[in-house]
Design a protein around this ligand. Structure first.
Ligand code: SF4
Ligand code: SF4
Length: 455
């Protein structure tokens, strides 16, 4: 007996969502323009001469909203990511999938791509007609125009992504003069290609099958969470306006199917809550317009909550949201404290492991150290390094004056010598780096000094 083969790929018809008009559609467009504007503009904005956001990997410094972070500060970036995740949890518990419907990059870029598609190929009926039409001059021209627009936009998106790692003012001129580096070009094309594929082709498939958040966000839901629902009691029995029926035998739904046509994930919200629903409210807008035109009150499909549907008040403050909110506040407070306590001067001292020590002709001893000094403040400073033992005796360590620009990291080899023949074989030294022009900017590190065979 043969077992029937199971396909892991579910072939689906291509969706051609109709454009929705209304208050939520305007909100979605505003969110899209705001978020895209932020994404494309941020790499061009500077604050006090420093880029607002630049993850400068070659120089190992990260400019984030006025802060200059060094590799030692990466825990702050990780902390920021935890805050972002907690913000999403709190937001989901309060407002369901509003993030998916209005602010998720997949939604935002799909909206932008759909806008370009409409511009070139027309509204839903025209696009469906074009899909069914045989290949000819009109179809080639429109498809070609759409893909050209998508490709240019994707390339711009990919370049902007790389501009978060390479200064935008260097990257864009280098790209257009053919002087861009290989890696920058690779990542621009790769990210552009990913945008083109995700927003142009995969679209709702990403939300349905690829997004992990869509799978686990329901665990943050409770009966007070905001969601989109169809009022079945009021809507059913649904009947088309063309069908004659007396008012008693007819629900408010006129079965126009517009709520299905506008849905970007292709579901019918009248069949109840479904995990594919991203709460974009396109169906709310279109149904409100239908209700206006048939003289019925709006809200047959609406934002609501399970509690409200049961006739109870929706509570914003409840144990789940309070717990998430408290955790969120603690995380944010912790972040502020860590930033406030963080020293803008970083100092690392490592003894050279390849040589134990060197005896000088006059009996003094020399050890070699690698010193890393990073200026994470917003201004340039001049630094000096002093070395003393625990008794306060100065050791000879002529680093000279080291000038560091904001965000600059310098690594230097520093020979340290005793002033006289040392008595101990191992001494603990205190390295102090201090700014000559800002004495409060100082940092200390301990390191061992060897002057004989290790005990
Ligand atoms: S848009 Fe409203 S009236 Fe039209 S089918 Fe959907 S629920 Fe019914
Ligand atoms: S059912 Fe309505 S709210 Fe949900 S994804 Fe479709 S159009 Fe958006």
């Amino acid at each position: 007996m043969t077992t029937p083969a199971t396909s892991l790929y579910a072939a689906t018809a291509k969706l051609q969502p109709r454009m929705a008009h209304g208050r939520y559609a305007r909100l979605r467009v505003a969110a899209m323009l705001g978020l895209l504007g932020l994404y494309y503009l941020l790499p061009w904005i500077s604050l006090g001469g420093q880029p607002l956001v630049l993850l400068d990997l070659p120089h190992r410094r990260f400019h984030v909203l006025g802060l200059t972070l060094m590799p030692q500060d990466l825990y702050l970036l990780a902390w920021l990511l935890v805050i972002a995740a907690m913000t999403l949890f709190l937001f989901t518990a309060l407002a369901g999938r509003l993030w998916c419907g209005y602010a998720c990059p997949q939604t935002v870029w799909t909206e932008a791509f759909l806008w370009m598609e409409r511009l070139v190929e027309g509204e839903r009926h025209a696009r469906l007609k074009l899909d069914a039409a045989p290949w000819g001059a009109n179809k080639i021209l429109r498809r070609g125009g759409r893909h050209l627009l998508w490709a240019l936009f994707s390339l711009f998106t990919g370049l902007t992504f790389v501009a978060y790692f390479v200064p935008a003012r260097e990257l864009f001129p280098a790209f257009f003069t053919g002087a861009v580096g290989g890696w920058a070009l690779f990542w621009s094309l790769f990210y552009g290609f990913a945008t083109w594929g995700n927003a142009g082709f995969l679209r709702e498939q990403v939300c349905k099958y690829m997004c992990p958040y869509a799978r686990f966000q329901s665990s943050m839901f409770d009966r007070h969470t905001l969601l989109i629902a169809y009022d079945e009691k009021r809507g059913e029995p649904r009947k088309s306006l063309a069908r004659k029926a007396d008012a008693q035998a007819r629900g408010s739904c006129v079965d126009c199917s517009l709520c299905v046509q506008v849905c970007p994930t292709g579901i019918d919200i009248r069949q109840g809550l479904q995990y594919e629903c991203i709460a974009c409210a396109a169906c709310v807008d279109v149904c409100d317009n239908v209700m206006d035109s048939v003289g019925q009150p709006r809200g047959l499909i609406r934002y609501t909550s399970s509690a409200r549907e049961e006739g109870l008040a929706t509570k914003l403050l409840r144990p789940r949201t309070l717990a998430y909110g408290l955790l969120w506040l603690l995380l944010c407070g912790g972040f502020v404290v860590m930033v406030a306590l963080r020293s803008p001067l970083q100092l690392d001292v490592m003894r050279d492991r390849h040589s134990l020590y060197r005896q000088l002709p006059d009996g003094r001893v020399e050890n070699l150290y690698t010193v890393k000094l990073a200026n994470a403040s917003a201004d340039a400073h001049r630094f000096r390094i002093e070395v003393r033992d625990r008794q306060g005796r100065a050791y000879e360590a002529d680093s000279g004056e080291i000038t560091l620009a904001p965000g600059e990291l310098r690594s230097l080899v520093l020979p340290v010598r005793t002033a006289e023949r040392p008595a101990e074989t191992v001494t603990t030294l205190l390295f102090t780096a201090a700014a000559v022009d800002a004495p409060r900017l100082r940092r200390e590190r301990e390191a061992r000094f060897l002057s004989g065979a290790q005990p």
